[in-house]
Design a protein around this ligand. Structure first.
Ligand SMILES: Nc1ncnc2c1ncn2[C@@H]1O[C@H](COP(=O)(O)OP(=O)(O)OP(=O)(O)O)[C@@H](O)[C@H]1O
Length: 621
C-alpha cells in the first residue's frame, strides 16, 4: 500500500466503529450522532457550510498565483504525403527509390523527445509493471496470430526498435504483445486494455513498423492542385479530445524519430491556419479530433484516399458522445478506402456491448482483444469510497489534501461551473490549484495542463474532458469529488493514476445521490480486490430492487461487456472464431443480464441509453 493509502487509513476520514465509511466533518466530530451516513443514511447535522472555508489545508506551500507559465521545422517541398526531399527537416528521414533513408541523429532533439532516465516529466514504468504479465488475455476471432514476447527486429522495424529502446521500454505490455502481430497480419482489431497499460504503443508500434518498411503510397495524379495543397496521410488516428490528440501526437513524434513518417495533429479550438501550414509541410500520420478533421476535409486540405490505417482511440467514447455523424462523414462520406481496403483499429479501456455493436460497420473480420476484463480497473490503484454528503465535500476534500503526499492530485467534478468554483475555493485556501474544462479556451487548457504536468499546480480540478487517455506522470491521487453517472467514466477517471505499473490512490465521495452507480461500484471494487465499505453494500442492496440509472438501467441494459459481443449470442452475427487463453475471463459482473438487452442498438447511433449527449450537447463538461 502506498504512503498516501496508509495516511488515509490513519486519518479517521472514513471508518466509524462499525466499519462504515462515512465522512465526519470537523465541526461534527466527537458530537453525538456525528457520523451521518451509513446505517440510516440520514443527512442530519447542522450543515454549517461556513465552517468549511476556514483556512484548512495550509499544509501545502503557498505559491498562489504563479501557476501559469508557458514551448519549426523548416519547410520543404514534401507536402502531400510524399517524403522525398524532406531531408532538411530535423529528425525526419526520407523514402528514396523504394528505400527508407533515416535522417541523421540529432542529440538535442533526442533529449527533447526522450528526456533522461531521471527526468520526472517522463513516465517511467513502476514496480508493478511485471504484474501485467499475469493479467488474463482473450483474443477472439478467426485465426488469431501468436503474440510476440519481446521487442525484437524482426518483426519490428529496426528504426522503430531503436526508438523504443530510446524511450526506455524494455518489454511489451500485453496489449502490445498481441496488437503487433495482429496488425502485421493485416487484421482489423478491437482492443480493450486497462487504463495506463500502453494502448497508444499498441497501435503506434505496428502501424509505424509496417509504414517504415513499406513506404508511402503514391499521391494520385490530379489529386492536388497548384493553389490548394493537400495532405495525403497514410494513417489517421481519431481521438475524442484535443488534449488526448496532442498527447498521441507527442508519442508519435518519439517513435517516428528519424523516419520518413511525419506526424501532424489537428484539433478544434486552435488556429486552423497554422494547422494547415503544418499539413502543407508534409503529413503521413495524422492525429485528429473528428470535428476539425471534417472541417479540413470540407476545405479540401486533406485527402484520405491513401489511408491504410484508421485508428479510433477511445472509440467507445467518441461513438457514445455523439461524434458518430462526423466519424461517418470521415469514414464513409469522403475518399477514404472502404473497410475492405484499409485496416481499422479501435482501442479503449471500456467497450460497452451497444458500442461494440455500433462499431461493427467500421470493421471487417476483426480480432477482439481484451486484456483483463473489459472495463476493469488496475489493481495498481488503491480505491477508497467515502460517504460524504454534498454539503460536506469541501471540508472532506481539504482533509484529504492535507494528508496527501507530494504527488499531483486530480479532482473530478461534474460541471464546468463547479470546476471553477472549487478551483477558486482551493486557491483561497492557498492551495496550488488550476482547472480544465470545456469552457476554457484552448490556450487556458494547455496552460493548466502544463502547470499541472510540471507540478507548478499540484491540484487540477477537471470535468470529464480530462477523464480519458491523459498520461501525466506522478499523478498519485485521483479524487472523484462528484461521481460520474456512468461507471465506465469512473474507470477512465481513476486510470489517470497507477499507470505503466506505478501505484496510485483513488478516492470517491459518494452519497445517496449516486445510487445509480453503487451496484457497479461494488462489482468493480470486488473484482479489483479492493475493500468494499459496508455502507456501499447496503446502498447496493437497497438500489438493486429499484434500478434506474442514468443510462436507462445503468450497467445491465448498457450491457457493459466482459467480452467480444460476437461470442455472447443474442442475435449478433457469429464469426465462430477461436479464442486464446482467457479461461478466467468469462465471469465478471452482470454476466447474465446482457444477453437480451444489448441487441437493440440497430441503427440508433450515439444516444443510446439516456445520457443525452449528442454532438452538440457535450457542453456539460
Ligand atoms: N512497453 C512499455 N514499457 C514501459 N512503459 C510503457 C510501455 N508502453 C507504454 N508505456 C508507458 O505507459 C504509460 C501509459 O501508456 P498509454 O498512455 O499508452 O496507456 P493507455 O493504455 O492508452 O491508457 P488510457 O486507457 O488511460 O488511455 C505511458 O507513459 C507510456 O509511455
Amino acid at each position: 500500500m502506498s504512503d498516501l493509502a496508509n495516511k488515509m487509513e490513519n486519518m479517521n476520514l472514513g471508518e466509524d466503529s462499525k466499519g462504515a465509511s462515512s465522512y465526519v466533518p470537523p465541526h461534527m466530530r466527537g458530537k453525538r450522532g456525528g457520523n451521518r451516513a451509513p446505517s440510516s443514511f440520514q443527512s442530519g447535522g447542522d450543515g454549517d457550510g461556513a465552517s468549511y472555508f476556514g483556512g484548512r489545508g495550509g499544509s501545502r506551500d503557498n505559491r498562489g498565483s504563479s501557476f501559469f507559465s508557458g514551448g519549426g521545422r523548416g519547410g520543404s517541398r514534401g507536402f502531400g504525403g510524399r517524403s522525398e526531399g524532406r531531408g532538411s527537416i530535423r529528425g525526419v528521414g526520407r523514402w528514396v527509390n523504394g528505400k527508407h533513408v533515416p535522417s541523421d541523429k540529432d542529440e538535442q532533439l533526442e533529449l527533447q523527445l526522450f528526456g533522461t532516465p531521471e527526468d520526472p516529466g517522463f513516465q517511467s514504468s513502476g514496480i508493478n509493471f511485471d504484474h501485467y504479465d499475469d493479467i488474463p488475455v482473450e483474443a477472439s476471432g478467426n485465426d488469431v496470430p501468436e503474440p510476440i514476447t519481446e521487442f525484437t527486429s524482426p518483426p519490428l522495424d529496426q528504426l522503430l526498435l531503436d526508438n523504443i529502446i530510446k524511450a526506455r521500454f524494455t518489454k511489451p505490455t500485453p496489449v502490445q504483445k498481441y496488437s503487433v502481430p495482429i496488425i502485421a497480419a493485416r487484421r482489423d482489431l478491437m482492443a480493450c486494455a486497462q487504463t495506463g497499460s500502453g494502448k497508444t504503443g499498441g497501435f503506434l508500434f505496428p502501424v509505424l513498423s509496417e509504414s517504415f518498411a513499406n513506404g508511402p503510397a503514391p499521391v494520385p495524379e490530379q489529386a492536388s492542385n497548384f493553389y490548394i495543397k493537400k495532405a495525403f496521410p497514410t494513417a489517421v488516428v481519431l481521438a475524442p479530445t484535443r488534449e488526448l490528440a496532442t498527447q498521441i501526437f507527442d508519442e508519435a513524434k518519439k517513435f517516428t524519430y528519424r523516419s520518413w513518417v511525419r506526424p501532424c495533429v489537428v484539433y478544434g479550438g486552435a488556429d486552423i491556419g497554422s494547422q494547415i501550414k503544418e499539413l502543407n509541410r508534409g503529413c503521413d500520420l495524422l492525429v485528429a479530433t473528428p470535428g476539425r478533421l471534417s472541417d479540413l476535409l470540407e476545405r479540401g486540405r486533406i485527402s484520405l484516399c491513401n489511408i491504410k490505417y484508421l485508428v479510433l482511440d477511445e472509440a467507445d467514447r467518441m461513438l457514445d458522445m455523439g461524434f458518430e455523424p462526423q466519424i461517418r462523414h470521415i469514414v464513409e462520406g469522403c475518399d477514404m478506402p472502404s473497410v475492405d481496403e484499409r485496416q481499422t483499429l479501435m482501442f479503449s479501456a471500456t467497450f460497452p456491448m451497444d458500442i461494440q455493436h455500433l462499431a461493427r460497420d467500421f470493421l471487417k473480420d476483426y480480432v477482439f482483444l481484451s486484456v483483463g476484463r473489459v472495463g476493469s480497473t488496475s489493481e495498481n490503484i488503491t480505491q477508497h469510497v467515502l460517504y460524504v454528503e454534498d454539503m460536506d465535500k469541501k471540508s472532506a476534500l481539504l482533509d484529504l489534501l492535507a494528508a496527501s503526499d507530494d504527488g499531483l492530485t486530480l479532482i473530478f467534478v461534474e460541471t464546468k461551473r463547479m470546476a471553477d468554483a472549487l478551483t477558486d475555493f482551493l486557491i483561497m485556501q492557498n492551495l496550488r490549484a488550476t482547472a480544465i474544462h470545456g469552457d476554457r479556451s484552448q490556450s487556458e487548457r494547455e496552460r493548466a495542463l502544463a502547470a499541472f504536468r510540471s507540478g507548478k499546480a499540484s491540484l487540477l480540478v477537471a470535468t470529464a474532458v480530462a477523464a480519458r487517455g491523459l498520461d501525466i506522470p506522478n499523478v498519485t491521487h485521483v479524487i472523484n469529488y462528484d461521481l460520474p453517472n456512468d461507471i465506465d467514466d469512473y474507470v477512465h477517471r481513476i486510470g489517470r493514476t497507477g499507470r505503466a505499473g506505478n501505484t496510485g490512490v483513488a478516492t470517491a465521495f459518494l452519497n445517496r445521490g449516486n445510487k445509480n452507480v453503487v451496484k457497479e461500484m461494488v462489482d468493480l471494487l470486488t473484482e479489483a480486490k479492493q475493500e468494499v465499505p459496508e455502507f456501499l453494500k447496503q446502498l447496493a442492496r437497497e438500489s438493486s430492487g429499484s434500478r434506474g440509472g442514468a443510462r436507462g438501467g445503468g450497467f445491465s441494459s448498457r450491457g457493459n461487456s466482459t467480452r467480444d459481443y460476437r461470442r455472447v449470442g443474442g442475435g449478433a452475427p457469429s464469426y465462430g472464431g477461436s479464442s486464446r487463453g482467457g479461461s478466467s475471463m468469462g465471469g465478471g459482473r452482470g454476466g447474465s443480464s446482457w444477453g437480451s438487452s444489448w441487441g437493440n442498438s440497430g441503427s440508433s447511433w450515439g444516444n443510446t441509453g439516456s445520457t443525452g449527449n449528442s454532438s452538440a450537447s457535450n457542453s456539460w463538461w
